[in-house]
Write a protein of this length. Sequence first.
Length: 405
Amino acid sequence: MSIATLSDKVRAGERLTADEALDLYRRAPTSMLGQLADTVRARKHPDRVVTYIIDRNVNYTNICVAQCNFCAFYRPVGSADGYVLAFDDVFRKIDETIAVGGVQLLLQGGHNPDLPLKWYEDLFRAVKERYPGFKLHALSPPEVIHLSRLSQLAVPNVIDRLIAAGLDSIPGGGAEILVDRVRHLLHCYGKATADEWLDVMRHAHGAGLRTTATMMYGTVETDRERLEHLLRMRALQDETGGFTAFITWSYQPQHTELGGAEATGVEYLRTLAIARLVLDNFDNLQASWVTQGGKVGQLSLAYGANDMGSVMIEENVVRAAGASYCMDEVEIVRNIEDAGFVAKRRNMHYDILGDPIFRERQVPRMMELATARAEGDTSVPEELKNYPARSRSAKQIRVIDQRRH
C-alpha cells in the first residue's frame, strides 16, 4: 500500500494494522508523520488545550535486586550508596510539593528485599492520614510483581491491599519494550515478562485503578518490536480502557552497563508520531521533555503530544544516566503558549484543575530538580526496625545496631 493511501486511511480515522504502521514508520517523511499525528491530536483535542501536572517523582529506595543493564540508578543490596527514605522524608517532600501547587506523588523505587508489603501499606496509610486529598500514583508493575513474590500473595491480592492502604493509580514504568526477546537482552525479563507486565495492568484496571503506559526505546529492539509493543498496549486498552496516557522516551546510556548511544531527537519525534497513529484508543500522549529537553518537548506538540507531563520537582533515575533537564511551571507554560496552545493544570485522570498556579499566587522559581536526599546523607530510617530484614547486609546492620543499644 502506498504512503499516500496509508495517509488517507489515518485521516479517515481508520485503524492501522501492524504492517501498515511499520510501513509508515519506515517510509513516511518525518514532516508527514508529524502532520498525520497532529491531525489525530486535533481530532481528539480540538480545543487546543495542552495539559500538565504538578507532582514530584520520589524514588523511595535505590536498592534493587533486578539489576537491569540499562539502569544507572540502582545499587545492589549492601552497597554503601544504597538508601531507603524515611517516612518523614516523604512527608517533607509532600509538604514541598503542596507548597508549589502539587497534587500527587509519583512514587517508584528499586526492588528492595528488605521492604515488605507492610512497609508500603504503612507508608501509604501514614500519607493518607496526614494528607487525605493528596494522591499516590505509585509502584510500577514490576514493583507490584516483586511484592507479590516477597509476600507470596497473588498480584490481585497485592493490588487490593495497596488500594486499601491508599494507592490511587499505577504508573507505567518497567515496560521498556514488551517483547521477551528484548527483555532477556536487557536483563529485565526476570523482574517482569511482557505478559506479566500487561497482566498487572489488567488486574489494576479490573480493580478500578487508572494507569499510564510507557515505552523506553533505543536499546536493542528492532522497529518491528517497537510496533509490537504499541500494538500490545492498544489491545489491552481495547479490553479494559484503563490507560489514561502513553509516554515514550529514549534510552539514556551514560553510566549504564549496557552503554551505547542515545537515539536522536528526530527519531524521538517519529516514534512519538507513530505512537499517536497506532494508539488510536489512547486520548493522551505526553511529551518527554525530561529526556529530550524543553525545545524538543515543545516540538512534540506538533507530533501528536497533547500533554507536557509533569513539572516533576524531583527526578533521580534519568539523571543518573546523564539527563538533567529541568522546567518549572513557568517554563512549561511558556513552551505550551509559545507553540500556540492553551496551558491548563490537570490531575492523573486528566481532569482540568485550572490555570497555572504561578498566575494565581507567587511560587518560587525552580532552577534545578531536587534529589532523593542530600549528598552525604547515610542515615538509616528508624522505622525499618519495625520490619524483618531479609538480606544478609540488613541483618548485619540490625545486629550492630542492637549492640550499640
